[in-house]
Ligand binder design. Structure first.
Ligand SMILES: Cc1cc2nc3c(=O)[nH]c(=O)nc-3n(C[C@H](O)[C@H](O)[C@H](O)COP(=O)(O)OP(=O)(O)OC[C@H]3O[C@@H](n4cnc5c(N)ncnc54)[C@H](O)[C@@H]3O)c2cc1C
Length: 407
């Protein structure tokens, strides 16, 4: 079966779905091709912290009802070290901005519903997905769906297929420069049926390593522990996980997470990765397909949102005015924001984790870093403005949306 569309989108994660809806709102056709099932995509437990700009974007796009109803707005966060929690007031330090805790799976569910309502094509469980003719004016997406082979000719392909997708590896060797850093640790993450004992996130540096207290709802806590990168989850009984979490997180004033039934647990390695440029011919990479940040800074999904906003702006300029200027600038514009998020995520990660090869000097420097951070208004302001999200490079108005701030 042969089809044609303006923009072929590979991947129905946050990047692909947000892009599809932005294009729809601007009258641009797209087809989204996803290799996993709808249920798998919705159930995948990952990000939870949305920057102010991402939440504003969802509202401006008309897909903010869920985050408005169930999102947990946080006006501050805690940094904990030497057994003491220190609060950083994000909202006061950023002129009213905040972060919102709303699971990535909920974001994806809302966006799939919105896509379904538009009646524009979204193929789940596509097999043998491949891209071709990338440097031609009509690049191609091939896939097999429900036993039928499809060829989708496009003006442009958006590679929104995450770190392990097919788009980036289809770019000829030598056309991309890869910048990469692996960390000597990973995160063991759990979801637990336990009411959060803090209304805000608590980032902890303990002498046994990093831990993070977070939540998904008023009844569900999300917690993370620093572990070796190749750690097997089988090595951790539920009891051992709770013992270690409580050991690292309990503070001298007696604050501690509530314990409950663990409903999900997994280990994720951590890396920083950038592939540049984020374009080859008429293939544009967006989100995790082009860059990965360690999750400490909570930036991955938010970067996916800012990338596709720039891409939608560029495609709008092309289809409305025949201008390729924005398309030509796409990669440079995105990478400026990406590298700032990389720097922030690296800094949060290296300041809050214990490295196997660190010296006593390194650890004392970390403590001094955190002491300075939590006692200097200038340092707290710097963290706050990066944590709630640096400004997006493109105005919402330029993609036909109203600027929108909901608190
Ligand atoms: C433990 C953890 C915590 C995190 N916390 C945060 C946080 O708090 N805040 C934040 O902003 N980010 C966070 N992140 C990062 C965030 O989850 C990712 O950055 C985000 O998912 C990127 O979205 P994406 O659409 O670019 O890629 P993905 O979500 O990976 O989506 C890519 C899609 O493409 C599909 N696909 C892959 N290969 C193919 C193929 N060959 N053909 C078709 N489809 C394909 C995949 O199935 C998937 O649906 C976290 C990540 C982890 C692991």
């Amino acid at each position: 079966m042969t089809q044609r569309t303006q923009v072929g989108i590979v991947g129905a994660g946050p990047a692909g779905l947000l892009l599809g809806h932005l294009l729809h709102l601007n009258g641009i056709d797209s087809v989204i091709v996803e290799d996993r099932s709808r249920e798998h995509v919705i159930d995948r437990v990952r990000a939870g912290v949305l920057e102010q700009g991402t939440v504003d974007l969802m509202h401006a796009m008309g897909v903010g009802a869920g985050v408005q109803e169930a999102g947990l707005r946080h006006e501050g966060l805690y940094i904990s070290f030497l057994g003491q929690r220190h609060r950083i007031n994000l909202t006061e330090l950023t002129g009213g901005k905040a972060i919102t805790v709303y699971g990535q799976n909920e974001v994806v569910r809302d966006l799939i519903e919105a896509r379904t309502e538009t009646r524009r094509p979204l193929y789940f469980e596509a097999e043998h997905v491949g891209v071709d003719d990338l440097d031609s004016s009509q690049p191609l997406i091939r896939f097999r769906h429900e036993g039928m082979d499809h060829e989708l000719r496009c003006d442009f392909i958006a590679g929104c297929d995450g770190f392990h997708g097919v788009c980036r590896p289809s770019i000829p060797a030598g056309a991309l420069t890869v910048y990469e850093r692996e960390y000597p640790f990973g995160w063991l993450g759990i979801l637990a049926d336990a009411a959060p004992s803090s209304e805000e996130l608590v980032y902890t540096l303990h002498e046994r390593g990093f831990a993070l207290f977070s939540m998904r709802s008023p009844k569900v806590t999300r917690l993370y522990l620093q572990v070796p990168p190749s750690e097997s989850i089988e090595n951790w009984s539920d009891q051992a996980i709770w013992d270690e979490l409580l050991r690292r997180m309990t503070t001298r004033d007696g604050w501690t997470p509530n314990v409950g039934r663990i409903t999900q647990k997994s280990v994720t390695p951590m890396r920083s990765f950038v592939a540049a440029p984020m374009r080859y011919g008429n293939l544009f990479l967006a989100g995790d397909a082009a860059h990965i940040v360690p999750p400490t800074g909570a930036k991955g999904l938010n970067l996916a949102a800012s990338d596709v906003l720039v891409l939608a702006r560029a495609l709008k300029a092309f289809y409305e005015r025949g201008s390729s200027d924005w398309l030509n600038e796409y990669s440079d514009r995105c990478l400026r924001r990406v590298w700032k998020a990389q720097r922030f995520s690296w800094w949060m990660t290296s300041t809050l984790h214990r490295s196997p090869d660190e010296t006593a000097f390194d650890h004392q420097r970390q403590i001094a870093d955190l002491d300075y951070l939590t006692s200097s208004p200038a340092a707290m302001t710097s963290l706050a403005e990066q944590y709630v999200g640096l400004p997006m490079d493109v105005s919402f108005e330029s993609v036909g949306l109203n600027e929108c701030r909901r608190n």
